[in-house]
Design a protein. Structure first.
Length: 647
């Protein structure tokens, strides 16, 4: 936190005695409030304070109390005796050197403080995301103002209830690329609220259509759906998604007629580039999507390739009824929980029954079966086989479906372990749909497993760029950083996940994926804390009742409590197959204790039981085991010797 008295220099020149008196009063008022909120005074240069807090929430609560106390004090004072402060708060690392501190957090806090109105508080996006659901304040985005000596764009918020005078206005960023597009959730204007699935489906299908245009970078559905029913303005959303162009609109479905109203917006200026209304029969809805995509390309001065134009103009089905079932299926598929995925399968099968040549529905079924197999919601091998059949059927009907190639690649990698063919399918999927974030993410898993870290980093970076607000993308990025030995960055990314989606993070907070970075850094107290959170919450990826037992066994192995660890691991092992506990986590625990025979046994078991391969222990975890003669033999038995023995 950085605080500064408003107008102090001018006051000192005009009436030095009064300035000194008010300066001392302000110090006496602020210091007890700092201590109350666990703030540590680092520096007090002139009329300013630099204060460090244990948490962003403590800092914001402290700032609110300070400004509230000063407001009450000022009510009985003349104008010349009023004490007004500006406060800036940033979240980041500080470097302690003797009695002074340095670092990005100090610099940024001091740069945003002048943006606050007198009596007001400004905070960066990092702080906002940490406190937004934890304190009763209204926050208003001020965009991404230019800050002296700060090159990285930083969004700034203000607390609207605090301060006197109008808020400072800043021009929006001019560097937002116009070819980076966000299709905001269409508003459902239908008489029947239950037709909301149709508006969501139109949003997703337009995203998919635009994703096939190579000149465009299209934000994924997961991120744009965060703005459903949002009151944020175009420039604010553009800055948050780093998108220079937005598409927004509404859908009204009544019987067999559809009315779609669409607007193309320059997020940098909040100017409307183009607007259009369509009033069509339901069976002509595809012409709306293709026309919108073509108009967007034309307005942004991008020339469509002949193949792209042909793809946009192709109708996926001739049956409006089949398409309606497909959109209903996508609606439930996007909820991702087991019950909804099974319901989605029913709708996709209805669509295929009406139109047996509806390739998109086969591709969607492949995704459903794959996720059920991956999450052990059904017996993995036969379920993956069904996913493969559906993906191949989709490609028999339409070789141009990027999502079908991605679905087939997932089965080839996760079940068949045919990594060369899987890679070819992933590349084809990305070639057809360059903005398909999930394809980039899944391809990254394959590259990560093969120890092709540079290529893997490029793919997950692209996925996160296309879907920046997706909790899954942030989770996977955190684990990817861990596998590349970037442990601090992995934890930073995990905290970013917590900021983006507190509900998701609460479910995943005890997940074992956050514990290994602490173990590798030697921060065992933090590892124990996360372990205890898992036991308290009873949640996480490993949802089975005996998950905490396995995680505790891993943490005890890290703590050097080998006897206690073995006891827990043996007990958890009795439940492993029934409850689908992670074999690779068992292996990690035994590797920490140097018990290679058991580690290798669990590695083979995880590989045979089709646990996600990107959870396979990485090089630094296997380093000590490589000297064991059984190591190479184990890899050969799994058919991984050509991939992992070279790493």
């Amino acid at each position: 936190m950085f605080t500064d008295m408003v107008g102090y220099t001018a006051m000192a020149q005009k009436n030095e005695a009064l300035a000194v008196e008010l300066l001392e009063e302000h110090r006496n008022l602020l210091r007890p409030i700092f201590r109350k909120h666990k703030g540590r005074e680092i520096d007090n240069p002139g009329d300013a304070f630099l204060v460090e807090f244990a948490s962003a929430l403590d800092a914001v609560r402290c700032s609110v109390e300070i400004q509230s106390a000063l407001k009450e004090t000022n009510t009985t004072r003349t104008n010349e005796r009023k004490i007004l402060l500006r406060i800036g708060i940033h979240l980041g690392d500080v470097i302690h050197k003797g009695e002074t501190v340095r670092g990005d957090a100090v610099n940024v806090a001091s740069r945003i403080e002048p943006l606050a109105v007198p009596g007001g508080v400004c905070l960066t996006g990092e702080v906002y995301r940490s406190v937004v659901n934890k304190i009763q304040c209204n926050f208003v985005s001020m965009g991404n103002p230019s800050l002296k000596n700060v090159t990285t764009p930083i969004e700034v918020y203000r607390i609207s209830e605090l301060g006197v005078g109008p808020a400072v206005q800043f021009p929006q960023r001019a560097d937002l690329p116009k070819n980076r597009i966000a299709v905001l959730p269409f508003t459902n204007m239908s008489p029947d609220p239950a037709d909301g699935y149709f508006a969501d489906g139109m949003t997703e299908e337009l995203i998919k259509s635009l994703s096939g245009v190579k000149e465009l970078s299209v934000i994924a559905r997961t991120s744009v759906m965060k703005y459903k029913a949002s009151t944020k303005g175009a420039s604010e959303i553009g800055n948050e998604l780093r998108a220079g162009t937005l598409i927004e609109g509404s859908v009204r479905k009544a019987g067999d007629r559809v009315r779609v109203t669409i607007q193309l917006i320059d997020a940098r200026k909040e100017d409307h580039i183009w607007a259009q209304s369509y009033d069509k029969q339901l069976d002509d809805v595809f012409s709306i999507q293709s026309d919108i995509a073509e108009r967007v390309a034309n307005e942004l001065k991008f020339k469509l390739l002949k193949t792209e134009k042909q793809e946009l103009e192709r109708k996926p089905t001739k049956s409006p009824e089949a398409y309606t079932f497909y959109l209903k299926g996508k609606y439930f598929w996007n909820e991702r929980i087991e019950e909804s995925v099974r319901k989605a399968i029913e709708y996709f099968n209805h669509a295929i029954k009406i139109d047996p040549d509806f390739a998109l529905s086969y591709a969607a079924l492949a995704d459903c079966y794959s996720v059920m197999a991956y999450n052990y919601q059904a017996e993995p091998v036969p379920t993956y086989r069904m996913a493969k059949y559906q993906a191949q059927k989709a490609l028999e009907l339409d070789q141009g479906l990027g999502e079908a190639h991605a679905a087939l690649a997932h089965v080839l990698a996760s079940c068949d372990h045919d990594f060369a063919l899987a890679e070819a399918e992933y590349k084809q999927a990305i070639e057809l749909s360059p903005s398909h974030a999930t394809a980039h993410q899944a391809y990254h898993h394959l590259l990560l497993f093969q120890r092709r870290f540079g290529e893997a980093e490029a793919e997950i970076s692209k996925a996160l760029d296309l879907d920046p607000l997706s909790p899954v993308m942030n989770l996977v990025t955190s684990w990817s950083l861990y596998c590349r030995k970037e442990f601090e960055s992995a934890l930073d990314q995990w905290n970013r996940l917590r900021e983006i989606d507190p509900v998701f993070a609460k479910v995943w907070v005890g997940n074992w994926m956050v514990i290994p970075p602490y173990v590798q850094l030697g921060r065992l107290d933090d590892a124990v804390r996360e372990m205890e959170t898992l036991e308290k919450e009873g949640e996480g990826t490993l949802r089975a009742p005996h998950s905490p037992m396995l995680v505790r066994g891993y943490v005890y192995a890290a703590l050097g409590k080998a006897q206690e660890s073995r006891k827990l691991l043996n007990e958890a092992g009795e439940y492993q197959r029934l409850e689908r506990l992670s074999p690779f986590l068992f292996a990690r625990a035994y590797l920490l204790m140097g018990e290679n025979e058991d580690a290798f046994r669990w590695l083979k078991r995880g590989y045979e039981e089709l646990e996600g391969l990107f959870f396979f222990p990485t090089d630094f975890e296997l380093e000590k085991a490589k000297a064991d003669p059984s190591y190479n033999q184990t890899l050969k038995e799994m058919g991984l010797d050509q991939i992992l023995m070279r790493s």
